[in-house]
Design a protein around this ligand. Structure first.
Ligand code: GLN
Length: 201
């Protein structure tokens, strides 16, 4: 059983490394036959508009969307979170997402001054120590439907809380980039709590 990392654009190598560290067979995927060969997918951080456009131009968009909606375990970090969201605020005109998670995500939500920062976060289902979360021009979650479980939240400068890690059944999304910290506990959560249940990996 293999987990694919969508290799159209973004930090593919880091996700492959994190998944390999969890003891699973992880490969970069960018063709139909590669995507057909996997049982679970990671959509990396990068630029959601670019990844969506490349998926369209390589004729992979509908295939990926169909696999996601038919139950393939999928984890999206940052741009990947945007691509798994049913609704995107501050999208560019015509921006598409694969969808799957019943939520509204705001792109570049943290504003210009704090485009990139790091902080420690509690993550439901992952025990202490806290997760070191790296945010790079990151989205946050504006609202979630009733079937979406919030796993982690951040408090903004106004004291308002925003979900930054969510799960809906076979789908997981984080605003931040655990693949950049060398701590593979979020990938392990995906493999052990989601892939094993939904893809029997
Ligand atoms: N701002 C990017 C987007 O809209 C996401 C940034 C990232 O993945 N680090 O896609």
């Amino acid at each position: 059983m293999k987990i694919g990392v969508l290799a159209l654009q973004g930090d593919v190598r880091e996700h492959i490394q994190s998944l390999s560290d969890c003891g699973v067979d992880a490969i970069a995927v960018k063709t139909k036959s590669e995507i057909d060969s996997i049982s679970a997918l990671v959509i990396p951080g990068g630029e959601s508009t670019t990844i969506a456009k490349l998926a369209r131009s390589f004729n992979l968009f509908d295939l990926i969307k169909a696999r996601i909606s038919s139950g393939m375990p999928t984890y999206g970090s940052c741009a990947g979170m945007i691509l798994l969201s049913n609704q995107v605020e501050d999208a560019i005109a015509g921006q598409e997402s694969f969808g799957g998670i019943d939520m509204v995500v705001r792109r570049n939500a943290f504003g210009r001054q704090v485009d990139s920062f790091e902080t420690d976060l509690k993550f439901k289902g992952i025990t202490e120590p806290a997760i070191r979360a790296v945010f790079i021009r990151a989205p946050w979650v504006e609202s979630v439907g009733e079937n979406v479980e919030v796993l982690s939240e951040i408090t903004d400068s106004n004291g308002d809380k925003h979900p930054v890690a969510v799960r809906q059944g076979h789908l997981l999304a984080t605003s931040f980039h655990p693949e950049l910290t060398g701590d593979n506990r979020v990938h392990k959560y995906f493999v052990e709590n989601i892939c094993r249940e939904f893809a029997n990996i």
